[in-house]
Ligand binder design. Structure first.
Ligand SMILES: Cc1ncc(COP(=O)(O)O)c(C=O)c1O
Length: 448
């Protein structure tokens, strides 16, 4: 916020003199959501994609930390080395890279050398590192599956990288559309450099790619000389007993840079994520190294290293799980599954087929993850959210910020992760009342 009449001696900087991103509505949309949530603390909130917090026990932090210290000692670290590992600046690429490599092998079938792992401050830092390293020329373009997680479009905005949307199809992210958009971009003299996609239960759409589409996407990436940036924070939370293979697990050409996050599988307070970047980089003298090492150079100037304490705590969680996080996460996986089912059941209860048809309301039915998207016959923007909060006590996320062209105005995202099922039932009843009232006042009732 700019102060109109600053006190003497306080310097005022015009916002126009700052980088354009700070005034970009995209970056302000998160602030707005946080601000509305703070103003209506009693409202049922389907807005945040946050993990459910009642399962977090503060005692776990020390338990995990002790497990990590025990792990170091068993591995032969002296007390001095343990102290250094916990208290000092650390290795730029991270210190739990071996535990992460073992965990992704067990949980995701991704076999990668620990040296190709960069431990980051959340997946968010991984996005910035990958973008900064890959985008070298103003003609380079980032393709994103659209609607797109705003962390990625926001990171591209910070770095002045051009982003072009590739619309999701009915089956989620669409390989044929990637080819088409890549050709269009080339026809304008620009270079599609990478494609960003969340193949499992995307944020915001909840959509996933069938395995066959994943294989086609990898073929497209090879044919189009594109790198794929795969972001996978929600793959754990599937309704199926067998998760679909990640793109990285299927990748035989080294096309996929994989962003991992412990925010949902452990907890976001640790701010811990990682990048798997096993691509080779050839230097001018013909020698080659790992892309992970180039990312580490950038990281050394961004966050120096990921906090040792966060790595120690998450490292301990991995040690205790024997690097099989999925196997020890049954309760939380069930919890999110129940929540997502509850959203579906309650929407169905409030909008049975005839009624949703007459109102013009539709929603998708993701088979996992946190998000469901509703299409409504009115503009579901920030003003509508304000009415929803004030008059009906329910919060959700407007979808327009997830589209580069501002479309999606008649869609809203509901996240089922943060609430208990009984609160979800109450919230969907409130949401149904809001949607009905809004539809009627926008004069759309009976149409469609
Ligand atoms: C698609 C997607 N990627 C990445 C993240 C952020 O991950 P992290 O908290 O590890 O930075 C989120 C968080 O909501 C997300 O939805």
């Amino acid at each position: 916020m700019l102060i109109e009449s600053p006190a003497a001696g306080v310097r005022t900087v015009p916002v126009a003199a700052l980088h354009g991103s700070v005034a970009d509505p995209l970056l302000e949309s998160m602030n707005f959501l946080n601000e509305v949530t703070a103003r209506f603390p009693e409202a049922v909130s389907f807005a945040p994609g946050r993990p459910y917090e009642e399962m977090f026990d503060p005692a776990c932090i020390t338990e995990y930390l002790d497990a990590y210290i025990g792990h170091l000692r068993r591995a032969g670290h002296t007390e001095q080395q343990v102290r250094t590992a916990l208290f000092q600046y650390g290795r730029t690429k991270g210190q739990i890279h071996d535990l992460i490599a073992e965990t992704v092998a067990n949980d995701e079938g991704i076999h990668i050398a620990p040296e190709a792992v960069v431990v980051t401050v959340g997946a968010q830092e991984g996005m910035v590192l990958a973008l900064r390293a890959l985008f070298a020329d103003p003609r380079d373009v980032l393709l994103v599956s659209s609607p797109c997680y705003i962390g990625m479009t926001g990171a591209a905005r910070l770095l002045d990288i051009d982003v072009v949307a590739v619309p999701e199809g009915v089956d989620g992210p669409d390989p044929a559309a990637v080819t088409a958009v890549a050709c269009e971009v080339r026809a304008t003299g620009r270079r599609p450099k990478a494609y960003y996609v969340v193949p499992d239960f995307a944020n915001p759409s909840g959509a996933s790619m069938p395995v066959e589409a994943r294989r086609r996407l990898l073929a497209v990436a090879a044919a189009e000389d594109l790198l794929v940036i795969e972001d996978n924070p929600y793959g754990f939370f599937t309704r199926e007993s067998e998760p679909r293979p990640t793109l990285k697990a299927l990748d035989e050409d080294g096309s996929v840079i994989y962003l991992g996050s412990f925010a949902k599988t452990c907890f976001p307070g640790a701010r811990l994520g990682y990048v798997l970047a096993d691509q080779r980089v050839r230097a001018g003298d013909g020698t080659t190294g790992l892309l992970a090492d180039e990312l580490a150079k950038i990281k050394s100037m961004l966050t120096v290293n990921t906090p040792a304490l966060s790595q120690a705590v998450i490292g301990g969680a991995l040690v205790l799980s024997k690097c099989r996080l999925r196997a020890v996460s049954g309760d939380i996986i069930d919890f999110y599954r129940t929540n997502l089912n509850t959203v579906g059941v309650e929407l169905e209860r409030h909008f049975p087929a005839e009624r949703r048809k007459s109102l013009g309301v539709r929603w998708n039915r993701p088979d996992g993850g946190f998000f469901t998207v509703l299409r409504v016959p009115f503009v579901a923007d920030q003003a509508a959210l304000e009415r929803s909060a004030k008059e009906f006590g329910v919060l959700w996320t407007p979808m327009d910020a997830f589209y580069l062209d501002g479309s999606g105005a008649r869609q809203l995202r509901i996240s089922s992760s943060y609430l208990r099922p009984e609160r979800i039932r109450d919230g969907i009843a409130r949401l149904a009342a809001f949607i009905t009232a809004e539809t009627q006042s926008s004069g759309k009732d009976g149409q469609q």
